[in-house]
Design a protein around this ligand. Structure first.
Ligand code: ADP
Ligand code: MG
Length: 599
């Protein structure tokens, strides 16, 4: 069966193709001015898409994009004029230089968060502008640098740059929408919305930030190189901080978090810009008024407005139309190969302590968790249960002691490395990305086992087949937790209970060996508690998963667990079978107060 793209991706592609064909013929009829504006539009498309990758997709507030654009431009000029490389090669060398700046920005973003990162990038842009003005022979300073018109052999210089810009803009649209509709796009959605869950999903956020800044900067560098060709002049003022506003406008007006939105934003803003020039002294008023009106009417940008009225136009973060996969095969979930017993114990915890300031959240914990058992952790609020799950999953480092998972010490391992050992978890306070729909959120679970991701760029057969299998498994998992009717809902459209079920399905998708569940039944309706119980049972009985269950719904704990450990003030006060623990007076006192016959 042919694996066709999701509807949104297809629709966008039709638009890209129609626009590319239309654009191809522009030089046949247009005058110099129209040709120039069209070329600038392509450059703006490159800028909007590249900025959208870091800001819209990955949620990184960067104010340095204009500087990256500038470095791309000046580097191209140096390769072209000083080193005498052919113009086209110079553009690519300039883009590679811009990616080096991207590495630096990736480094900054892995150190600083949100506004602090924003301020750091603002400072970088100001320093860069100073460098462009005072760069001596490298930038030729404030008076600008004349760039000879590049030669293209059989066509004129203007037409040559036009076609080169057209080619690069549509290639980037094609490339961008392909990688967005796959695991890379999903990871960026997770980075933007639930960075604190990324590690536990096996995502190395540091690496991801470097990747996205390098890709984005490369594209912005291409735009800078093209600008040099079309303007014939390098002027530091083109890369002044103020121009960042134009880039922001394109991305925000068009639509954050979408390649297609970047295209809409670039075309709309470039068109508007040219049109309001006619108003001479009044252009700021006209442009300001139009933008204000547009933002009031379409607060999530033009793309956001479009998908509100036509949801099928949404840009997908998965590669295959769900109609192409066999949805209702519950046995798919059983295809998750049974975990073979490696050793008797999944987890051995020795003398583990964790302090938060003066609070001993975990105090000398010693515990052995057998493979394939459901081990419940109970205790009053604040007794350290979530901290226990956090240290096991690497979400927080512990202060002393050792933890062995399948014989491997995890003391210095980061959460994404622990995830790769087969440890999956859910969160007490849900972590679901609102940039992704339910299906894509669940697919995030399979991030650690996707093998043919690089094929996403060209939508290779291997990649599509793998994506198909993963989507089938995700749908089966969603069917199993009773959320199959919500696959197209966005993460933030769900109730708390529904989010828990989606997190469970996401956990199943990672084919874990160990599953840590932090209050999976809290806030669930009775029916959903039954579902959660079914899932937990299945994990142990059919999939051989070791389950650590932190739970307040005691009926669930008593029914399901093989062993119960009770925490109080960070210490283990009892551990044993549910029946044994139930009758211990120390437990009743600490956990339930002095009332009797409660459990
Ligand atoms: P439980 O999940 O059993 O309700 P927690 O593990 O969340 O308990 O918390 C145990 C103790 O550690 C509490 O006193 C809590 O206030 C404290 N604690 C947990 N996380 C943090 C944190 N990130 N910073 C400071 N204190 C924390
Ligand atoms: Mg808790």
């Amino acid at each position: 069966m042919k694996l066709s793209a999701p509807v949104g991706l297809k629709l966008h592609r039709y638009i890209y193709i129609i626009l590319a064909i239309f654009s191809f013929f522009i030089p046949f009829w247009a005058n110099q001015y129209i040709l120039h504006v069209a070329t600038i539009t392509f450059i703006h498309i490159l800028l909007a898409v590249s900025l959208n990758f870091v800001m819209g997709f990955a949620g990184q507030l960067t104010l340095a994009h204009v500087a990256v654009y500038g470095f791309g431009a000046y580097a191209t000029a140096n390769f072209y004029i000083v080193l005498k490389f052919p113009y086209i090669i110079s553009i690519f060398c300039g883009a590679i230089f811009a990616s080096l700046i991207g590495i630096f920005l990736g480094f900054l973003s892995s150190r600083l968060k949100q506004f602090y990162f924003g301020i750091a990038t603002l400072s970088f842009t100001m320093l860069s502008h100073w460098f462009f003005v005072h760069g001596g022979d490298i930038t030729r300073g404030a008076s600008g640098w004349f760039i000879p018109k590049p030669e293209f052999g059989f066509i004129s210089s203007h037409n040559g740059i036009f076609y080169l810009s057209l080619l690069l803009a549509f290639f980037v649209l094609w490339f961008g929408s392909n990688i967005a509709a796959g695991p890379f796009g999903r990871r960026l959605g997770a980075l933007a919305d639930i960075e604190n869950a990324c590690g536990n999903l096996g995502i190395d956020t540091k690496k991801l930030k470097y990747e996205v800044f390098i890709i984005s900067s490369f594209i912005a560098g291409l735009a800078g190189g093209l600008l040099m060709g079309i303007l014939g002049f390098a002027d530091p003022e083109s890369f002044h901080f103020v121009n960042m506003i134009v880039q922001f406008l394109m991305v925000i007006l068009g639509g954050l978090n979408s390649i297609f939105g970047g295209l809409i934003g670039a075309i709309t803003l470039t068109g508007l810009w040219e049109w309001v020039r006619e108003f001479e002294g009044l252009w700021e008023i006209v442009l300001g008024a139009i933008l204000l009106l547009l933002m009031i009417l379409a607060p999530y940008g033009l793309y956001g407005f479009l998908i509100k009225i036509l949801p099928q136009w949404r840009e997908p973060r998965h590669a295959i139309n769900t109609l192409n996969v066999n949805t209702l095969i519950p046995e798919k979930i059983n295809n998750i190969e049974n975990n073979k017993k490696i050793s008797e114990s999944s987890i051995i915890i020795e003398n583990v302590s964790k302090n938060f300031g003066g609070v001993k959240a975990l105090n000398e914990i010693n515990l052995e968790i057998k493979e394939g058992e459901i081990h419940a952790i109970i205790g009053p609020n604040g007794s350290g249960k979530s901290t226990f799950v956090d240290v096991l999953s690497g979400a927080v480092f512990f202060d002393s002691g050792t933890i062995d998972i399948f014989g491997k010490k995890t003391n210095n391992l980061k959460s994404h490395e622990i995830a790769k050992l087969g440890v999956s978890r859910t969160f007490q306070n849900f972590r679901i990305s609102s940039r992704l729909n339910v299906l894509e959120n669940v697919l995030l679970g399979s991030n650690i086992r996707q093998q043919h991701e690089s094929g996403a760029i060209i939508r290779s057969k291997k990649f599509l087949n793998e994506e198909k299998i993963l989507i089938e498994e995700a749908l089966a998992a969603l069917e199993f937790v009773g959320m199959i009717d919500f696959i197209n809902s966005k993460g933030n459209e769900l109730s708390g209970g529904q989010m828990r079920l989606v997190e469970l399905a996401r956990g199943i998708m990672s084919k874990p060996k160990i599953m840590l569940l932090d209050e999976p039944a809290a806030g669930l309706s009775l029916k959903h508690v039954e579902t959660a119980a079914k899932v937990i049972k299945k994990l142990r009985d059919e999939l051989g998963v070791t389950v650590i269950l932190v739970e307040h719904v005691l009926r669930l704990v008593m029914d399901l667990s093989d062993k119960v450990t009770v925490l109080n003030s960070g210490k283990i006060i009892a551990s044993g079978s549910p029946i044994e623990v139930k009758d211990m007076s120390v437990v009743k006192e600490a956990y339930l107060g002095k009332r009797k016959n409660v459990i």
